[in-house]
Design a protein around this ligand. Structure first.
Ligand SMILES: O=c1ccn([C@@H]2O[C@H](COP(=O)(O)OP(=O)(O)O)[C@@H](O)[C@H]2O)c(=O)[nH]1
Ligand SMILES: O=C(O)[C@@H](COP(=O)(O)O)O[C@H]1O[C@H](CO)[C@@H](O)[C@H](O)[C@H]1O
Length: 325
């Protein structure tokens, strides 16, 4: 790792610097996919899809974005129907390349999205956004279109926690502050300048993402950050200020599962992607996480099997056999 750092916490780009027209002049032969991973997001996915299509996918393909794809992770609500009615191409993660099996998690959805999208630039946008804007898309894509040395763009924003009464509490990003940032401070000081290492809004060159192993769960963001910095240098990571973002929050106890997945992905990369050795972590598929609730007889354990497996680089995956098409 060089001693360069990611712009020391400053964000090199601002979404307001780039209009769609300015980016269309830079688009050239690039093709662009927006991928929206969704699990039980019927309340918000429709507006996310509608606003992005309206602003960026002109009839006849004259817009900045060439496709908007929702990857549904076994939603138990009407997420898929709402997204489809809004105009998105919708795929169920488990139905994509069934010959490759099915894992459960956000990373699995993003990994499988590679087999049903074609853009050489890909922007990932969460489906649970509440306070956001379509400038998220132009802001994420701008650095990739204007600087060939950038491989990954991370969103930066204010992300307040909103309580049940709609009041702003402290800032969100609990796993960021309690897990990801401390781990980076210990093991990747060169990335200490990344303001939101886990932001769910990010953009990447397809070829780069296709060369990375992908954790099947919530470790996908920290893995992409570490692999990009290790593979292309910290200067290949750009940050764009998108202003403010609020989303549907997890309950506190479910963040423990997310923390295990983020730590597992980071630990596997502690010695650098190129080291090959998956330091610090044997090749595990599941980690038992034991949490506790008070019962009649005292504290009772609640154990959850947390998936920490990783999918191989999509570029290394064989084409589907004729039978599996
Ligand atoms: O197995 C999963 C888990 C999450 N998500 C989606 O990934 C995004 C981020 O997940 P979540 O909101 O749970 O994480 P948070 O942003 O609260 O950390 C959301 O659009 C989820 O619907 C998904 O597609 N598959
Ligand atoms: O940043 C974080 O700590 C977590 C949890 O955010 P909150 O504490 O619910 O605001 O959210 C992010 O991390 C996940 C794991 O990388 C991403 O998948 C989410 O999209 C992102 O919102």
């Amino acid at each position: 790792m060089g001693d360069a750092t990611v712009d020391g916490g400053r964000t090199a780009y601002r979404a307001s610097d780039w209009t769609q027209d300015a980016l269309l002049e830079r688009k050239g032969d690039h093709t662009i996919s927006v991928v929206i991973p969704a699990k039980d997001e019927e309340a918000t996915v429709g507006e996310v899809v509608t606003r992005i299509l309206a602003d960026f996918v002109a009839d006849g393909g004259a817009g900045l974005v060439d496709e908007v794809v929702v990857i549904d992770s076994d939603s138990t609500d009407a997420t898929a129907a709402v997204a489809r009615d809004a105009g998105a191409k919708v795929f169920s993660a488990k139905d994509i390349r069934p010959d490759l099996g099915a894992a459960f998690g956000k990373g699995e959805a993003l990994w499988k999205s590679q087999f049903v999208t074609s853009g050489d630039l890909v922007a990932f946008v969460d489906a649970d956004l509440i306070d956001w804007g379509t400038h998220f898309v132009t802001g994420l894509l701008a650095p990739l279109l204007v600087d060939q040395g950038v491989h990954l763009v991370k969103a930066v924003y204010d992300r307040p926690m909103i309580d049940a009464d709609g009041r702003e509490e402290e800032t969100g990003g609990r796993v960021t502050e309690l897990v990801a940032r401390p781990w980076l401070a210990l093991h990747r000081p060169g990335l200490a300048g990344v303001v939101q290492p886990l932001s769910g809004e990010w953009a990447i060159r397809r070829e780069s993402f296709a060369s990375y192993a992908v954790p099947v769960g919530y470790g996908v963001e920290i893995a992409a950050l570490l692999d990009t910095a290790d593979r292309f240098g910290v200067e290949a990571v750009a940050q764009v200020d998108l202003g403010r973002r609020t989303h549907r929050h997890h309950r506190h106890d479910t963040l423990g599962l997310m923390a295990v997945q983020v730590l597992a992905a980071a630990e596997r990369r502690r010695d650098g992607a190129e080291s090959g050795a998956r330091a610090g972590m044997p090749e595990l598929d599941m980690v038992p996480l034991r949490q506790f609730v008070r019962g009649a007889e005292g504290f009772e354990p609640r154990e959850t099997a947390v998936a920490v497996s990783e999918r191989p680089p999509a570029a290394s995956v064989r084409m589907p056999s004729v039978e599996s098409r």
